[in-house]
Design a protein around this ligand. Structure first.
Ligand SMILES: Nc1nc2c(c(=O)[nH]1)N[C@H]1C(S)=C(S)[C@@H](COP(=O)(O)O)O[C@H]1N2
Ligand SMILES: [Mo]
Length: 257
């Protein structure tokens, strides 16, 4: 999307820059109407993809032999807050996952609570929008089981994941990492909250103590350092209003692969 717009500007810029059309076009690009159309196009893509997929097929799973020797950590590799440092010191014994918002029973789950729940292990390929991929083995609790425990309130439509890290330093805190998915992805069998990777405790660089795996979506949807999950009917009021840290900075909310 942004590449196309840049290209358009370049083409217009090279042919008719002197006519003043460039300014007109820039204004058009920024107008809400155009943004609305782009957003509608995006949701059409999502609707079409979901219609075609129908019965929730699984992302491809691989074997142990396919595991990448190196799985590159990306984005934050260690949250900088004092709170996180303290939690890390005791190996997350005092950490609790908060589940609240539009639920019947708000939850606070320790790592031990999560590990006592049924788990799923899956070997999948992680695709980052920057162009690299890696195959890793993830073990964790299916998000659907946690949602069942909490009980959704009528009208809940999205799960929002609040993370411990601030990827961009800002005065208002809007640089905190967060993500959101709809309930279709939330209930998908391969959507898990992982506490282990490649058969070992999840490392800090990969999101300890808990990170989301949402296997049919691009890497930036896989929130690391998850502290709280909020069920909501809209993410419009959260930070930039686009449903995630990178979405607020121009990436698509639906990042299906
Ligand atoms: N909290 C948090 N989650 C995050 C990020 C981040 O910077 N902070 N980066 C995202 C991006 S762009 C990718 S590709 C993956 C990288 O996961 P990895 O570090 O385990 O490779 O985490 C995603 N989740
Ligand atoms: Mo990424």
């Amino acid at each position: 999307m942004s590449i196309d717009l840049t290209r358009r500007r370049f083409l217009i810029g090279s042919s008719v820059a002197a006519t003043g059309l460039l300014t007109g076009c820039d204004a058009l690009v920024q107008s809400t109407t155009v943004n609305d159309i782009l957003q509608r196009a995006e949701s059409l893509t999502m609707g079409a993809q979901r219609l075609l997929m129908g019965h929730q097929p699984l992302a491809r799973e691989f074997s142990e032999a396919d595991l990448s020797p190196v799985f590159k950590p990306n984005g934050t590799s260690e949250p900088g807050s004092e709170e996180y440092a303290q939690l890390r010191e005791t190996n997350f014994a005092d950490w609790k996952l908060v589940v609240n918002g539009m639920v019947q029973r708000p939850l606070e789950l320790s790592l031990a609570d999560l590990k006592a729940m049924p788990s799923r292990t899956q070997i999948t390929r992680h695709d980052c929008v920057e162009g690299w991929s890696a195959i890793g083995k993830w073990t964790g609790v299916p998000l659907g089981l946690i949602l069942e425990k909490a009980g959704l309130a009528p009208g809940a439509r999205y799960a929002v994941f609040y993370c411990a890290d601030e990827l961009e330093q800002t005065l208002d805190g809007s640089g905190k990492y967060y993500e959101s998915i709809d309930l279709v992805d939330a209930w998908h069998p391969q959507t898990i909250l992982a506490y282990a990777m490649n058969g070992k405790e999840l490392e800090v660089a990969h999101g300890a103590p808990l990170r989301l795996r949402v296997e049919r979506q691009l890497g930036y949807k896989h929130a690391k350092y998850v502290m709280r999950i909020e069920l909501t009917d809209s993410f419009r009021g959260i930070w930039g209003g686009k449903g995630g840290f990178w979405e607020d900075r121009g990436y698509e909310w639906y990042a299906g692969i």
